[in-house]
Design a protein around this ligand. Structure first.
Ligand SMILES: [Zn+2]
Length: 552
């Protein structure tokens, strides 16, 4: 599941069913064994976190294809292949670089490197290091800037470098060569994720050692040749698409993303250690992928034939729903014939005591209400309905095309987006019941024709409370009591520093009482970076209060 919007506030209503123990039948045991086999493979270290566009993604897609083939689906991706390929922007890279000082070519590995926002350009000139004259390259020592801002918490070096280059451009410099003669670390590096506009002149960082070695004499003029070429880097993501053709007029899409975070290279990990670790993503979302495969196996044998079924394992979800957006822009079936879409993202961590299951997209068709509300068979789940068609997973892309959607989710947890989201933590029996619940649903919808679509209440970005601070907690979306229950805590953020723990229920923030996620967000929006306040919370039966300071 995508990290960014998981924290968005949701409107929901609750239905509670009696939970009774159910006996597991023989054919259910086969499904559990399949789920175990599929999730163990997809979440194994050799797939290295299934990052979109990597070898790990390829191994995962090969596996899904072999399952689809064994089940008897038809390929339905690009020109009747299993895969549908799309581009992923991967940031900037140096295509070529030359820095020549007095006919001596410097070594880009140890003497210098261009900054990612440098212009791609070739410049020559003969400046004196100490002089800054129009029409030649300038040398800029970062010493003063670093020393005078040493204790300034608001200082941002990247911003300062950008501003400095702008200033030099204006005053006629034809290139900027930064160096740092101070004893302070600057940690300047080529930032591939830099999204700022490129400058109009080349920008180079020269190491202290190279400065001393090649440009010692500040008053002498030197012959410089600077040639920088920065290029965009792209990688390819792949959706896997299988089709069950029942010769019907409408098609149902069953989707789950199979990509995950790799080693956290794309900046979407919540792991705070400095070493690179594989994020196996067993729950997120090997679990949903396996559930989809098992539904395909069941549907192939089922008597429910009044729809065709399209099974899509999306990639690029963790980067921002890339795969599902691409599919809905480049559909391999007629979008107007899609009946509805069911999305499974994180369905492997059902809590054995609460049996809480979130079903999203509830408001996207009037049919869902009648069907789910009156589900007499469900004695197992405590279901929390979220009406919105928009949320942190791939169903959003289909909702945007006016297709009714449902989203299944067993809730977040402390391993979310961390290297510890592993296969041995999956609740396989719980996931079996999610699969069976969806089977019942598909059966009930068979023969009901094409479902009507309704737009749902949608919190537009402009309507959302705007907040510039966070406590660094992950709320428990399945919690039904008063307040916001903490399901995960980010290290080094205010909540952790204040001593809050997973399981605590926040009931007050400053003077604002907190009874729901909605008013928690509302309360947060009243604070600014650096503000100090108090958090009132319940731990078990105890009430406590802690001081927090929001990060700068
Ligand atoms: Zn995720």
């Amino acid at each position: 599941m995508m990290r960014r919007i998981l924290f968005a506030s949701l409107a929901f209503f609750i239905a509670i069913f009696n939970s009774t123990a159910q006996k597991i039948k023989k054919k259910d045991k086969v499904v559990i064994a399949n789920l175990q086999r599929e999730i163990s493979f997809l979440a194994s270290d050799k797939l290295e976190g299934r990052r979109a566009g990597t070898e790990g993604e390829k191994m995962a897609s090969d596996f899904i294809i072999s399952e689809f083939q064994a089940i008897g689906l038809e390929p339905h991706g690009d020109s009747s292949h299993w895969l549908q390929q799309f581009d992923i922007y991967d940031g900037r890279q140096v295509a070529s670089e030359h820095f020549v000082v007095n006919e001596k070519e410097l070594d880009p590995d140890k003497d210098y490197f261009p900054l990612a926002f440098s212009a791609s350009k070739k410049v020559e000139g003969s400046p004196a290091i100490a002089l800054q004259e129009s029409g030649v390259p300038w040398f800029i020592d970062l010493k003063d800037m670093l020393e005078s801002n040493q204790n300034n918490p608001h200082f941002s070096l990247p911003d300062a470098l950008h501003a400095k280059v702008k200033d030099c451009e204006k005053k006629g410099a034809t290139a900027v060569i930064f160096y740092n003669s101070s004893k302070l670390q600057d940690n300047i590096a080529f930032n591939a994720k830099d999204r700022s506009a490129a400058s109009t002149i080349p920008v180079i960082y020269l190491t202290q050692e190279a400065k001393r070695k090649f440009l010692k004499d500040e008053s002498a003029s030197v012959d410089l040749k600077v040639d920088v070429n920065i290029a965009e880097k792209w990688r390819k993501g792949h959706n896997v698409i299988g089709y069950l053709n029942n010769g019907a007029a409408t098609t149902v899409v069953l989707g789950a993303h199979y990509d995950h975070l790799g080693h956290g290279e794309d900046g979407n990990s919540l792991y705070t250690g400095s070493d690179k670790q594989i994020h196996n993503g067993a729950d997120d979302n090997a679990s949903g992928t396996a559930a989809m495969i098992e539904l395909a196996r069941w549907l192939r044998q089922s008597k429910s034939k009044s729809n065709n079924y399209l099974f899509i394992a999306f990639s690029g979800e963790e980067l921002g729903l890339f795969g599902s957006k691409y599919f809905t822009e480049h559909p391999t079936v007629d979008l107007s014939k899609i009946n509805y879409m069911i999305n499974m993202d994180m369905v492997g961590r059902l809590n054995d005591s609460t049996h809480a299951l979130t079903i999203g997209g509830f408001g996207t068709s009037p049919v869902w209400g009648g069907l789910l509300d009156a589900d007499p068979d469900n004695k197992y789940f405590k279901i929390k309905y979220d009406s919105s068609g928009v949320g942190p997973s791939d169903y959003t892309s289909f909702y945007r095309k006016d297709i009714p959607v449902l989203f299944f989710f067993t809730g977040t947890h402390g391993d979310y987006h961390k290297p510890t989201d592993d296969a041995d933590k999956i609740n396989y029996t719980g996931e079996l019941y999610v699969v069976k619940y969806i089977e019942d649903l598909l059966e009930n919808l068979d023969g009901k024709g094409k479902l009507a679509f309704t737009k749902t209440r949608e919190l537009q970005t402009r309507d959302m409370p705007h907040f510039s601070v966070t406590l660094g907690i992950m709320p428990d979306y399945a919690f039904t009591g008063d307040g916001v229950k903490i399901d995960g805590i980010s290290e080094g953020r205010p909540a952790q520093k204040a001593g809050l723990k997973v399981g605590d229920v926040i009931v007050k923030l400053g003077d604002y009482s907190v009874s729901s996620l909605d008013n928690y967000m509302e309360a947060l929006s009243k604070f600014k970076k650096g503000d100090k306040t108090t958090v009132g919370y319940k731990r078990g039966n105890d009430h406590a209060e802690a001081e927090v300071q929001f990060n700068q």
